[in-house]
Design a protein around this ligand. Structure first.
Ligand code: PLP
Length: 368
C-alpha cells in the first residue's frame, strides 16, 4: 500500500492522533472477552466517568463515531410522537433535529444565529410550552466555534421532567464537562477531537434517571445495535457478547485517556486557551477576525471570518495550497458559513503555541 502523507490536522477534526495512541493500537490483537482486554475496558469506563465528571455506571465507548453517539442517545429515549425540544445554533443542532424526526419525534426547534449561543430564556419558554420528553443541544458547536452554557437549560429541562441530551463531541478533553453538576442525562463525544485518537468511538454516558425512562418505554428501542439494555450486557458487570468490540480502537482510547489524566484537565484547558489566544493574535495580522464573541468562544475550534483579500482570491484555493505545500489542513465553513469563515482546530495534542506558529508561518509565506 502506498504510504499516506503526514499532515498537520488543524481542521474541525480529526486532529492528529498521538504517536503513543497509534503505538498502543498497533499492539497484538487479543480477543474481546480476553481478561487482559476486559481490564482495559474497565480502565476506559472508569476514566470516562472522571472525564465526564459523572457517577453514571452506564458510561462506555460506543462502537460508532460521534453521529452514532447522537443516534444512540435519541434512539433509546425517543418514542414516536414524543415532543423533543432541540436548540439549533449550527450544523450539529440541525443534525439532532433530523435524527429525532426520523425516530418519529415531534421536533420543536429553538434557533439561534450561527456564531451565537442559544438563549436560555427562549429554551425555557419552549420547554414550558411543549412539556417535552427530551431537551437536546450541543455544548461545543463545531460549525461555529461557540460554547453553549449548559446548566440553565438543563435545569429548566429537568424541572419540566424532560431528559437532557448533550453533544460533547468537540468539548470533551479540551474544556471541562460536568454531566452530574449540570444535570445532563445522556451525553456523547468522539475520539478524533480533543482526545487525540483516530475516529471510530463515541464515549457516552447515561444517567440512572435516563435508564429508568428506558425501562418504562412503551415500544422496544428501534435500533438493536444501540439498545442500551443489550449493550449493558457487555459494558456492565456480566461482560457477555453483544457485538465484537473494536479492540484496537479501545486500546488506543485507553492510552489517549491516560495522557489526558496525566496532564490534568485544568492544565489541558489552559493549554487550549493559550494556543487559541496565540492564534487569534497572529491571524489578526492577516486580517482574520473571530466570528464568536469572546465570552462564548471555544478554544479548540476557532471560527475566523475571512479577510476580503482571501475571499476575493478564493479561500478554498488557499486552503489547498496550505495542504499541498505545507502539509497543513484547516477547515472551511459549513452550511450558511461556507465561504465566509475558516475553522481552525487546535484540539488535544495540537493545542500548542509552536503548532500555531507553524500555521502562521505557512500563511505568512502564502500571503506574502
Ligand atoms: N457533533 C459535533 C459537535 C461534531 O463536531 C461532530 C463531528 O464533527 C459530530 C457531532 C459528528 O461526529 P462524527 O463526524 O464523528 O460522526
Amino acid at each position: 500500500m502506498k504510504p499516506l502523507p503526514h499532515r498537520l490536522l488543524l481542521g474541525p477534526g480529526p486532529s492528529n492522533a498521538h504517536a503513543d495512541v497509534l503505538a498502543a493500537m498497533a499492539q497484538p490483537l487479543v480477543g474481546h472477552l480476553d481478561p487482559a482486554f476486559l481490564d482495559v475496558v474497565d480502565a476506559v469506563q472508569a476514566s470516562l466517568r472522571r472525564l465526564f465528571a459523572t457517577a453514571n455506571p452506564m458510561t462506555l465507548p460506543l462502537s460508532a463515531t460521534g453521529s452514532g453517539g447522537m443516534e444512540a442517545c435519541f434512539a433509546n429515549f425517543v418514542e414516536p410522537g414524543d415532543a423533543v425540544v432541540v436548540g439549533v445554533a449550527g450544523v450539529f443542532g440541525e443534525r439532532m433535529c433530523e435524527v429525532a424526526a426520523r425516530l418519529g419525534a415531534r421536533v420543536v426547534r429553538v434557533d439561534a444565529d450561527w456564531g451565537r449561543v442559544l438563549d436560555a430564556g427562549a429554551m425555557r419558554e419552549a420547554i414550558a410550552r411543549t412539556r417535552p420528553a427530551l431537551v437536546a443541544f450541543v455544548h461545543a458547536e463545531t460549525s461555529t466555534g461557540a460554547c453553549q452554557p449548559v446548566a440553565p437549560i438543563a435545569e429548566a429541562a429537568r424541572a419540566a421532567g424532560a431528559l437532557v441530551i448533550l453533544d460533547c463531541v468537540t468539548s470533551l478533553a479540551g474544556i471541562p464537562v460536568a454531566l452530574d453538576a449540570w444535570g445532563v442525562d445522556a451525553a456523547y463525544s468522539g475520539t478524533q477531537k480533543c482526545l487525540s485518537c483516530p475516529p471510530g468511538l463515541s464515549p457516552a454516558s447515561f444517567s440512572p434517571r435516563a435508564l429508568e425512562r428506558l425501562a418504562r418505554r412503551r415500544a422496544p428501542v428501534s435500533s438493536w445495535y444501540f439498545d442500551l439494555n443489550l449493550l449493558g450486557g457487555y459494558f456492565g458487570e456480566r461482560r457477555v457478547y453483544h457485538h465484537t468490540a473494536p479492540i484496537s480502537a479501545i486500546v488506543g482510547l485507553a492510552e489517549g485517556l491516560r495522557r489526558v489524566e496525566a496532564e490534568g484537565m485544568a492544565a489541558r484547558e489552559a493549554r487550549h486557551r493559550e494556543a487559541s489566544r496565540h492564534l487569534l493574535a497572529g491571524a489578526a495580522r492577516f486580517g482574520f477576525a473571530p466570528l464568536v464573541a469572546e465570552e462564548h468562544r471555544l478554544p479548540m475550534l476557532n471560527a475566523l471570518l475571512l479577510p476580503e483579500r482571501i475571499t476575493r482570491e478564493g479561500e478554498a484555493a488557499l486552503r489547498r495550497r496550505l495542504l499541498d505545500r505545507h502539509g497543513i489542513e484547516v477547515g472551511g465553513g459549513l452550511g450558511k458559513l461556507a465561504g465566509r469563515i475558516w475553522r481552525v482546530g487546535l484540539m488535544g495534542e495540537n493545542a500548542r503555541v509552536e503548532i500555531v506558529d507553524r500555521l502562521l508561518d505557512a500563511l505568512g509565506e502564502e500571503l506574502r
